[in-house]
Design a protein around this ligand. Structure first.
Ligand code: ZN
Length: 331
């Protein structure tokens, strides 16, 4: 099983060929139309036919897209998800890890009641609710001249892992991922209500060069106080320092912090000031407050930046997934 997804099997090579052929035949003529005449482009923007319905690993799912329910094949859907959730410039093995993670996430949702916001949908395209997804036309818009290369790369990432998912105790896992862990991922119970044995903090090396790694938010003292009062009207400030005692998780992320007369979680402060992560330090002077952050996102599960760094160092997608999800198998 270890070798199952590696390299192009005859079947996945065939699927790739079919999908790339269909993309070239259908998508790019449609884009050409768009350039020449934006009126007609609307007739060519939807429903690219992927001829993979006869494949055993292909599965129908119901996706909430643009305000309606759309039936799609799982593998076709995953191309749009990987394109939306991870930069296409990332390493092939990182994209494959993302494809397997996205497939597992989708299957888990489907088996556990689907999208709770849209009746009848297994999943929706809202990244804050379920999982981001973009159409092939949007990909072409995003990537311009690199479209053909990137679409082919993502189709390959999906096809070379066709049907593979992440399991713990023979069950599909609950997948979490984020842009950058800032050096270490987080235990699930430090962010979400439940501890899960496969979501424990691990080292995430090689992220420092990513644009997501360091972040800053600066605001005036008066804006800071106003925002804190809007969040917690009972808060009191005296003339002393705004910040008091701070407690951190092992990962460095803020567990709790004293602001004025009250205690807040790191997650509350992150939300109030739109910080990249809860791994922050706060500095104050007479006029301003400066937050400096490390990492981007909640920190649970797979770090996408870390996955890309591992791939650059020669790890394959199974090594990446089993690093970030403890004790799992990929098959
Ligand atoms: Zn949803």
């Amino acid at each position: 099983m270890w070798r199952k997804g590696r390299g192009l099997t005859r079947e996945s090579a065939l699927i790739t060929a079919i999908i790339v052929f269909v993309l070239l035949a259908v998508v790019f003529p449609a884009l050409t139309v768009k350039k020449g005449d934006s009126q007609t482009s609307n007739d060519h923007t939807t429903d690219i036919e992927f001829n993979i319905s006869k494949l055993p690993a292909s599965e129908q799912i119901t996706v909430w897209i643009d305000g309606k329910l759309t039936q799609m094949h799982m593998e076709e859907y995953l191309v749009g998800v990987v394109a939306a959730e991870m930069p296409a410039s990332y390493e092939m093995e990182a994209l494959k890890a993302q494809a397997v993670a996205a497939r597992t996430y989708t299957e888990y949702k489907k088996k556990h009641g689907g999208c709770s916001a849209h009746q009848g949908a297994d999943i929706c395209c809202d990244s804050t609710h379920c999982q981001a997804y973009i159409t092939t036309e949007k990909m072409a818009e995003n990537w311009g001249n690199d479209s053909a290369m990137y679409i082919q790369k993502i189709v390959s990432a999906v096809n070379e892992t066709c049907g593979e998912m992440i399991y713990y105790d023979n069950e599909e896992i609950q997948v979490f991922f984020h842009a950058s862990a800032g050096g270490r991922t987080e235990n699930s119970e430090n962010v979400y209500p439940h501890a899960l044995p496969y979501l424990v903090g691990v080292e995430s090396e090689g992220e420092e060069s990513s644009s997501h790694y360091y972040g800053e938010v600066e605001l005036s003292r008066s804006d800071f106080i106003e925002k804190m009062k809007a969040f917690s009207p009972s808060i009191k400030f005296d003339e002393q320092a705004l910040f008091g005692h701070i407690m951190r998780f092992e990962s460095g992320r803020v567990q709790s912090i004293e602001v004025g007369s009250e205690m807040f979680t790191g997650r509350e402060i992150r939300e109030i000031f739109s910080l990249n992560s809860t791994n922050f330090t706060a500095k104050e002077d007479d006029d301003n407050i400066m937050f400096s952050t490390i990492g981007f996102g909640h920190g649970v599960g797979m770090s996408q930046t870390g996955a890309n760094a591992m791939a650059k160092e020669g790890s394959d997608y199974i090594e990446i997934l089993t690093h970030y999800f403890t004790g799992v198998t990929v098959q």
